[in-house]
Design a protein around this ligand. Structure first.
Ligand code: NAI
Length: 407
């Protein structure tokens, strides 16, 4: 019988995955999108015919476009989730909770739930979905990022694929039962030859390889001394970083690695060796895109896939102001740096550079997470740090057998 796939989401990545999966043989694809009238609009668009993935023809690549369509798109989990072998979450992390709650009644112990990407704290969140521990009940996979750079061109019809990653690291937490189809192989078959999935040993490796400090550090480096006056142009985001920002990233990356090493020192049976320094990570993952690999600064500044990307800005008369209420902070702090900080706090490791970004970033988005260097702020309950789910010890963090009380 076919591999039954449910794609959760209605954005760029969900479009890409829905077409890609539907184009594979022996695969049945359904889509769950809970947001506004997306399900209705997408269903209507499908009446026009198959969807298209248009691949970028830059760099002389000539990959033929894909054409296919999902069997159904719905806002009702009861219509598309039951019987799914794999449920793929392809939405920004703030939407994960809503989707987890929606699918929970319809999954079983053979279901594989995939965060694509999972983003830090995905597993902690899965441990308590309305009191249900999905980590024990299902198989949970988490990937470090989306496999592609992609943008919807026409909703429910065409998605532009701008780039495909070479590798994609993912973790797997095994549930009570063996899934009906082998999860890693199934997922690789859905993606095709690229990106090549690299399975890591521990889910914390994916959390620590999120490098959630990158976007906040770029914003901090650019705007920390800003006088509040509109500027003449939109500054380049990655290509515009300076030595200060690159050095700050290096220091933050050291703290991520130190936390991995501290965990391994306290629990020698835990292997987190896949966690790399940010510079090494760039050189591995963007090998073909980096023109000058001589330093982290140059590797970022000369990365072709970042060409032309600018800071999020709004126009004020004929000038520009930065927008801080943007996913670079609203997502990378509560679903990123705060989660890392929570892990560091459990391990008892100081992280002054990441704290600096957290302190600055939380002010910019009007939240309070960190108070006097501890996660005691009033908004911690909106984050995905382990403490929010009642995880306070290293043992709970690592295997999480304990069921936290519902909150
Ligand atoms: P997207 O920006 O296309 O997501 C928008 C979709 O999210 C909407 O269509 C809707 O389905 C859902 N959504 C938005 N607001 C919502 C709300 N208030 N409640 C419920 N659902 C809501 O996201 P995209 O581009 O598909 O990215 C998915 C994830 O992959 C994100 O975490 C993103 O950071 C990451 N990513 C995306 C890349 C890309 O090229 N698109 C590249 C690398 C990572």
């Amino acid at each position: 019988s076919p591999l039954r796939v449910c794609v959760c989401g209605g954005g760029n990545g969900a479009h890409m995955m829905a077409v890609l999966a539907a184009s594979r043989p022996d695969t049945e694809v359904k889509v769950l999108t809970l947001f506004q009238d997306e399900a209705e609009r997408w269903s209507k668009a499908l009446e026009k015919g198959e969807m298209t993935i248009a691949y970028s023809k830059e760099d002389g690549k000539n990959q033929p476009d894909d054409h296919a369509k999902p069997a159904a798109v719905s806002k009702e989990a009861s219509e598309v989730v039951p019987g799914s072998d794999i449920v793929l979450f392809i939405v920004p992390a703030f939407a994960h909770e809503e989707y987890l709650k929606a699918i929970a009644p319809y999954v079983n112990k053979k279901t594989v739930i995939v965060g694509l990407p999972g983003q830090p704290g995905f597993e902690f969140q899965c441990k308590n979905v309305n009191g249900q521990n999905m980590v024990e009940e299902c198989t949970i996979m988490s990937f470090e990022t989306l496999p592609w750079a992609c943008r919807i061109k026409e909703f429910g019809q065409t998605v532009d694929c701008l780039g495909v990653k070479k590798y994609l690291a993912g973790s797997i937490l095994h549930g009570k039962a063996v899934p009906r189809k082998p999860p890693l192989m199934s997922l690789q078959a859905l993606l095709g030859p690229a990106p090549e999935i690299k399975q890591v040993k521990h889910f914390l490796e994916i959390l620590l390889m999120s490098y959630s400090f990158v976007h906040p550090a770029i914003l901090f480096g650019k705007w920390k001394d800003w006088d509040g006056k509109p500027v003449n142009s939109e500054p380049l985001f990655y290509q515009g970083i300076d030595e200060f920002t690159a050095n700050l990233m290096t220091e933050c990356s050291k703290e991520f690695l130190d936390v991995a090493h501290a965990i391994m020192a306290q629990r020698p049976n835990v292997d987190l060796n896949a966690v790399q320094d940010i510079y090494e990570w760039y050189l591995t993952y963007y090998k073909d895109d980096i023109e000058d690999p001589s330093s982290l600064l140059q590797a970022i500044r000369t990365n072709k896939s970042y060409k032309g990307l600018v800071h999020p800005m709004k126009k004020v008369k004929n000038k520009f102001e930065p927008i801080f209420q943007n996913r670079y902070l609203t997502e990378d702090i509560p679903m990123g740096l705060v989660v890392f900080k929570g892990v560091a706090q459990i391990v008892g490791h100081q992280t002054p550079n990441n704290d600096l970004l957290l302190e600055w970033g939380q002010k910019k988005i009007g939240k309070v997470y960190l108070v006097n260097g501890k996660l005691d702020g009033k908004d911690v309950a909106e984050t995905r740090c382990p403490q929010r789910y009642g995880i306070e010890t290293l043992d709970d963090l690592l295997n999480g057998k304990k069921m936290p009380p519902p909150i």
